[in-house]
Design a protein around this ligand. Sequence first.
Ligand code: PMP
Length: 410
Amino acid sequence: MTKNALCGCCSVQGDFAKIDQKRSGRASFESINYQESDLVFSLGVRRSREKMNRVYNFSAGPGVLPVPVLEEVAKEFPDYHGCGMSLVEMSHRGPVFSQIIRETRDLLRELLSVPETHDILFLQGGGHMQFAMVPLNLLGAAAEASYIVNGVWSKKAAAEASKFCRVSVIGTPSRAQVPHPDSINVPNDAAYLYYCMNETVNGMEFNYIPQCPDCVPLVSDVSSNFLSRTIDFRRHALVFAGAQKNFGPAGLTVVIVRKDLLGLAGETCPTMLNYQVHSEAGSMYNTPPTFAIWVANLVCKWLVSEGGVEVMDERARLRSKLIYNAIDSSDGFYTNTITPSTRSRMNVVFNLREEALTELFVKEAADAKLVNLKGHRLVGGLRASLYNALPVRAAEVLADFMADFAKRHG
Ligand code: PMP
């Protein structure tokens, strides 16, 4: 996608210019008009003027955000584009925020080629709230929904859904792996088929779109690979993502849902959990997370300026390949047991042959400014999350570190 492809639909040209200007280092924080006695702001600005001492952050989420976005937020935070107040002090129904939320929706629609058949909702409550909202909104009169369970997050989603309906489980929950496509058999009367496109904890990602009858909506949790690859909305009726990995700060959840599925929620569905309510209110039924949506808006502009989702996909492949190569060429010093074709591009999980060295690996890596590499508490080991904003260079440095660590301790 080119920059210009978006400029007709929203007023982002100026902001691209600004972001580009900041990336080239020409813009500065000089224009912020603040009192020296404003300790928090002045400290922040002073620190930003110095060379930033950023680490390579492999956190699984909240995860790394693009530096130009963080700089723009720092610059505009106390006085949003000359409004005399910060964005977080403004009414969400005023013209400034209304424009931001509209523009963010337009940008997402462009970036992911979301067709008009689908609505884009900005909600709160994270992935966990979607685990309940999906069945509450999509069950309709059906008694059963099908869930592919192949890791921690799909298992949790299936458990939550079982409070509302019969859950037919596909896969072997005790053995986390993407099931063979032929093993997915969904009955015509299932309310929907649910899967988690990228299992963040287990480090595996679907390399195909699960098949289900045309009459059965396909639902996917894309929390940890959102905006890192294209999504086929002819096949997906609903996708959702917590923002805090590839899209912005925690507190924002995006739901992209086919409009003909709105209105299926029963009478007893709480108002705040009803997609139709949020759709009709333009995601402003209640006060939306204004700060998170502003940052997500800037992330969208950054994505456009970098070349869009396809470029993110290429970079994700490159970064993850560097780490998988480091694992595979280590003669078993590092191990990863995921079927290679379903290894995640976003979250690389691995173990050390000698488990006792794990703590030392984490410590030495942190000393080398490679941080947040400890695996999820449920599975242990190590995990390198390689989200969109992580420079490819970070993966190169980590791969070098891994080779060096193996040489010294192997
Ligand atoms: N789904 C996936 C794939 C996740 O990675 C996570 C959390 N990291 C969740 C759901 C839960 O999200 P939240 O903490 O926003 O509720």
